[in-house]
Write a protein that binds this ligand. Structure first.
Ligand code: GLN
Length: 489
């Protein structure tokens, strides 16, 4: 049952061959037995109550295709009734009085929540090793990281603890863990999915999206997730294109004539041979499916690392100022005065990486350094946007989508990359897409060293999610990588 896709589970539920309660129980039992540390909060009674409601809806004939299908949420999305920690000690006991828009939308569709998923603290990280609640193991190899920051999300789908999950991507946090765990994930165009109730990291970059076994399932989930939300000031309005869409509409289109841009900067120094091999084989497969490959250049790619690692911490330093021991979460004991309370609370509540980012962010925003760092980073961001526009947009566009690796290597060993900069460098292929606000996805395309999964990244123009999902789905019809499971699953 757990190896079935959302689409398959949906059909079984509609035909009443399985009930929502049976399904939820099956996944809850798997979660209970798992030792991956993927889940931070499970509550059988809450889940089973949602499942019973779903069964009632199916019986009454008011179900949607997602009614009764289980889902689990990255612990960045706030949830009424379930703890919402953002992977931080700061919010260890926080229970939100409301649901994030994404959570509410899935609830309205009748999906059944299995609980909350581990992640890097405030989504800062590339390996899930920055969680205050311990790292997550990669289901393919328990010695390996699952990727980050949506590491619990990716591990849960790979280990079939949930058929679909939510993730968030600020600089690669949906795509990279999807790649490391051999599953499918899509980061939509910035502004497509509401940020309301998504605990903020870097607001001009943060974007929620679905992760599942297949592109077809991601399309179903994204259709329920996306759309304008007046409670998120950067949500795309209907005039700006922020409309609800059926992202499954183009899945079956053939790829004949598709032009795939292959950026030379994504295949240069630093790319491991095993990853390069798997990605090139995927490109060959696309040629067989009728696509043509076009050599392109995204010349400012390498500047994405310094630009992102100034802009994201700058925004984080501002967003995280709300955690002061007064309004939310943890408060230190035994302080002398108000200043001392702030200091102790923040020193105890935030982990080392979050503290580092707050310090970097505060520094680059300082009067006197602002122009040299923050403003310059914003200019680079514009150049990176232009790189993409040149090849993807307008009458002189040379390609319809861009493809390359998601990360330079397969998942590394737990505990092996302690230098923060080494972690930052591993984000080289995902940061530009985020800085430009473009949609991007990762689909499984093979295995590298130690039999660890490799992901293919597919990047598209603004609003091109339906196209990306079509391109991914056609590949998944022709290949079996997405059907592979870790041993014992
Ligand atoms: N790895 C990047 C970082 O640490 C991206 C994280 C994310 O997308 N949330 O900031």
């Amino acid at each position: 049952m757990h190896n079935k896709t959302i689409k398959e589970l949906s059909q079984l539920l509609q035909k009443k061959e399985v009930s929502a309660v049976q399904l939820a129980t099956h996944f809850l039992d798997r979660i209970e037995k798992s030792d991956l540390n993927a889940f931070l909060h499970v509550d059988r009674a809450l889940t089973l109550a949602e499942a019973a409601d779903a069964d009632a809806r199916i019986a009454a004939g008011t179900a949607t295709p997602l009614t009764g299908v289980p889902i689990a949420h990255k612990d960045i999305f706030v949830t009424k009734g379930w703890r919402s920690t953002a992977g931080s000690k700061m919010l260890a006991n926080y229970v939100s009085p409301f649901d994030a828009t994404v959570v509410a939308k899935f609830k309205a569709a009748g999906m059944v929540s299995l609980g909350k998923l581990n992640c890097d603290e405030f989504a800062m990280g590339s390996a899930n090793e920055n969680s205050a609640f311990g790292p997550v193991k990669n289901p393919w190899d328990h010695k390996a990281v699952p990727g980050g920051s949506s590491g619990g999300s990716a591990a849960a789908v790979a280990a079939r603890l949930a058929p679909g999950v939510t993730g968030t991507d600020t600089g690669g946090s949906i795509r990279q863990p999807a790649s490391f765990c051999g599953i499918t994930g899509i980061k939509p165009t910035y502004g497509r999915v509401s940020r309301f109730g998504m605990i903020a990291f870097a607001s001009s970059l943060d974007q929620g999206g679905p992760m599942a076994q297949t592109a077809e399932d991601c399309a179903l989930l994204l259709s329920a997730m996306a759309g304008f939300d007046e409670r998120d000031s950067t949500s795309l309005t209907p005039e700006q294109g922020g409309v609800e869409e059926d992202f499954s509409r183009d899945l079956d289109k053939p790829l004949t004539g598709l032009r795939i841009g292959v950026p030379k900067e994504y295949f240069g120094e630093g790319l491991a041979a095993d990853v390069a091999g798997a990605v090139k084989a995927a490109l060959d497969q696309y040629v067989k499916l009728g696509a043509t490959l076009v050599d392109i250049s995204l010349p400012n790619t390498k500047l994405s690392i310094p630009a992102y690692y100034m802009i994201a911490p700058a925004e984080a330093s501002s967003n995280l100022s709300r955690f002061d021991g007064v309004r939310y979460g943890h408060r230190a004991e035994g302080y002398k005065d108000l200043q001392d309370m702030y200091k102790k609370t923040r020193a105890e509540g935030f982990g080392p990486e979050v503290q580092r980012r707050i310090m970097v962010g505060t520094y680059v925003l300082c009067h006197g350094y602002y122009d040299a760092y923050y403003l310059k980073a914003q200019r680079i961001r514009r150049l990176i946007q232009q790189d993409f526009e040149t090849v993807l947009n307008g009458p002189n566009a040379v390609c319809d989508v861009i493809m390359g690796p998601v990360a330079p290597t397969v998942a590394w060993d737990l505990g092996s990359k302690s230098d923060p900069v080494a972690n930052y460098l591993a984000d080289i292929y995902t940061l530009s897409t985020s800085l430009a606000g473009l949609p991007g996805m990762s689909i499984p395309c093979g295995f590298g060293a130690n039999n660890r999964p490799v992901g293919l990244q597919i990047i598209g123009n603004y609003f091109a999610e339906a196209k990306l999902l079509n391109v991914a789905h056609q590949y998944q019809l022709a290949t079996e990588w997405h059907k592979q499971v870790p041993s014992g699953v």
